[in-house]
Write a protein that binds this ligand. Structure first.
Ligand code: SF4
Length: 467
């Protein structure tokens, strides 16, 4: 029987399967951070259980870390406690930690790929929804809850019900100024935030194949925002080129063996998916969200929806509630909308390629006076590389505040909150009420749109800066 990429990986990791029960699935790599691991470690301690495979657990500090002077004592007591607890637990259980000050510290979904820990064919979990990011390498990667973190630490396996499979094809060539972020925002706006529920999605088609690994990570990162269990893209030459020579990538003859195996992973011809959706890349323009979930997105030059009689009562209520929170009007245009903050960061768009592309627009230009612009690299290695390439100077001269790596304003867990009532154009992945801080109004965009908006001081189509 022809198999999909997902089925090949899932089937080869089944430890036990009994009819009517969840699968016991072996996990190759388990990423942990300070927020969802403390209770899991407590559970192990209370039951006197050790970590089954410490070398398969990768720890970093990201959600709660300050992004200014990370080596000073953390002011926020809860954040400090969480970071210290992670340090203690990693020491007690023999897990290597890329904590504050470590050259490999960074957002969990940025460091895994950049270190070469994330590999095709793996099963990968983390107590964080955006674990789907790692699927860009052709891995089955998904977020898990705290009790499951404990389960994986104790047994290196997890109980999971097999999801259905879904294929999303994007064919054609993307227009200039249209990025992977626009592609995924477009898909979610078409399928809704529940469009992928119960499914594991494989993204295929020429537009997807044409993306860099950074772009593929952006797509898979946000696949969960349409309710999918995870997203994945089959490995190919782009994948191998990105992975070659990375710290934990196979070396010498092991590399050749690994590539031969990875080449067996793509979905077989004739493999059946439970559901298939197709999009034309030429229909996609730079996107922006206007509401309070990532599915409420429009083409940057488009108009917000208007209430109409075809809408269900719940759709009407949701739209009105979102517009009320965002302080926007039905039918209005987003272009020219006032903005106070531009946040450039998060596991969706804080990689070196994101910075390179935005720097092309920002070079020799300055941000508008009304904008506070913050640039937060996804990892210490991204920060180092940006410096090496002189990108830090481009952003600094444009008036951006350059910070140290972490989740930062992607969520209101740390010092970098967007103040109540302020509008933030953000390269992150969630625009829920209060996500960037209580009362903050988030508009999700690509790095190019963020850069163009920072310059003009209001929502701006990046194509005016692209020749
Ligand atoms: S950057 Fe945002 S979405 Fe990504 S792991 Fe951190 S908090 Fe989660």
């Amino acid at each position: 029987m022809p198999k999909t990429l997902f089925e090949k990986i899932w089937d080869s990791h089944v430890v036990a399967q009994e009819e009517g029960f969840p699968t016991v699935l072996y996990i190759d790599a388990h990423f942990i951070h300070e927020v969802t691991s403390p209770q899991a470690f407590n559970g192990l301690k209370n039951r006197g259980i050790s970590v089954r495979s410490p070398s398969r657990v990768w720890a970093t500090a990201d959600h709660n870390v300050p992004t200014i002077n990370q080596l000073l004592p953390i002011k926020d007591l809860l954040s400090r406690k969480q970071i210290e607890t992670l340090e203690e637990n990693c020491k007690d259980f023999g897990i290597e930690l890329f904590g504050l000050g470590h050259p490999w510290q960074g957002i969990v979904h940025v460091i895994g790929p950049e270190l070469g820990v994330t590999k095709p064919g793996m099963t990968i979990v983390c107590g964080d929804s955006h674990t789907s990011t790692h699927g860009a390498f052709g891995a089955v990667a998904f977020g898990i809850g705290t009790s499951e973190v404990e389960q994986v630490l104790a047994s290196q396996t997890i109980l999971q019900t097999k999801p259905k499979t879904m294929k999303i094809d994007v064919n054609g060539v993307l227009q200039k100024g249209v990025t992977a972020k626009d592609v995924i925002l477009y898909i979610i706006s078409k399928l809704s935030t529940s469009g992928g529920t119960g499914h594991f999605v494989e993204f295929t088609g020429s537009a997807i194949r044409g993306l860099s690994m950074e772009g593929r990570m952006t797509i898979c990162n946000m696949s969960i925002e349409m309710g999918a269990r995870g997203g994945m893209i089959a490995p190919d030459e782009t994948t191998y080129k990105y992975m070659y020579g990375r710290t934990f990538s196979p070396k010498g003859s092991d590399w050749d063996k690994a590539v031969s195996f990875w080449k067996t992973l793509p979905s077989d011809k004739g493999a059946k998916f439970d559901r298939v959706e197709s999009f034309d890349a030429r229909d996609i323009e730079p996107m922006i969200t206007y509401g309070t979930n990532p599915g409420m997105g429009i083409n940057i030059n488009g108009q917000l929806p208007k209430i109409n009689n075809q809408m269900s009562k719940s759709s009407k209520d949701q739209l009105l509630k979102s517009l009320d929170y965002m302080g926007l009007e039905e039918g209005q245009k987003m272009i020219g909308q006032h903005v106070d903050y531009v946040f450039f960061g998060s596991c969706t768009n804080s990689r070196i390629e994101d910075f390179r592309e935005a720097a092309k627009i920002l070079k020799g230009r300055k941000k508008a006076k009304n904008i506070i612009a913050i640039l937060v690299p996804g990892s210490s290695q991204v920060a180092k590389q940006a410096k090496k390439e002189g990108l830090d100077k481009v952003f600094e001269e444009a008036g951006f505040e350059l910070r140290e790596s972490g989740c930062s304003s992607c969520l209101g867990f740390n010092d970098d909150k967007i103040p109540p009532g302020k509008y933030c154009v953000s390269t992150s992945n969630r625009n829920f009420e209060g996500r960037q801080g209580p009362g903050a109004k988030t508009m999700l965009v690509s790095p190019l749109t963020a850069a163009a908006t920072a310059i003009k001081g209001c929502v701006t189509d990046p194509r005016i800066f692209i020749k």
